[in-house]
Write a protein that binds this ligand. Structure first.
Ligand SMILES: [Zn+2]
Length: 130
């Protein structure tokens, strides 16, 4: 049985699209989901130590206990907690990818964008990670 981890918004509209995308594209059976309102903004700006620590510990459990080798971080259109334009979201997601990668270099971190029709697209180039 294979697991991946997903850090995504609490928004009920994105849960199924993201989980299905990860199961299909990441070839995993289960997705450990870590929900935080506007997680792309929070991770990019590192504004809340408590929330960051909780996310980090959740990822560590998924990696250590479920053997997750991929962590997905996403942002989405019409986000109540992070009402930014798409360009801002994408920049935040890329920053978040770098931060999560720095926690555990052995894990692959992938950024996702959920657009207004709830289609999910992969946005992060690995070469973008510095
Ligand atoms: Zn949201």
């Amino acid at each position: 049985m294979f697991f991946a981890a997903s850090i995504n918004c609490i928004d009920g509209r994105v849960q199924s699209p993201i989980t299905e995308f990860i199961k299909n594209n990441g070839k995993v059976d289960y997705v450990d989901v870590i929900t935080v309102p506007g997680c792309d903004k929070l991770l990019a700006e590192r504004g809340d130590d408590f929330a960051l620590d909780l996310i980090k510990r959740s990822v560590e459990i998924s990696v250590a206990k479920h053997g997750s080798r991929c962590v997905y971080i996403s942002g989405h259109d019409d986000c109540a907690a992070n009402p930014a334009d798409k360009e801002t979201h994408l920049a935040q997601i890329r920053k978040a990818v770098r931060l999560i990668s720095s926690w555990n270099p052995a894990v692959r971190v992938i950024g996702l964008w959920v657009e207004e029709t709830w289609q999910v697209e992969e946005i992060t180039e690995l070469s973008d990670v510095s």
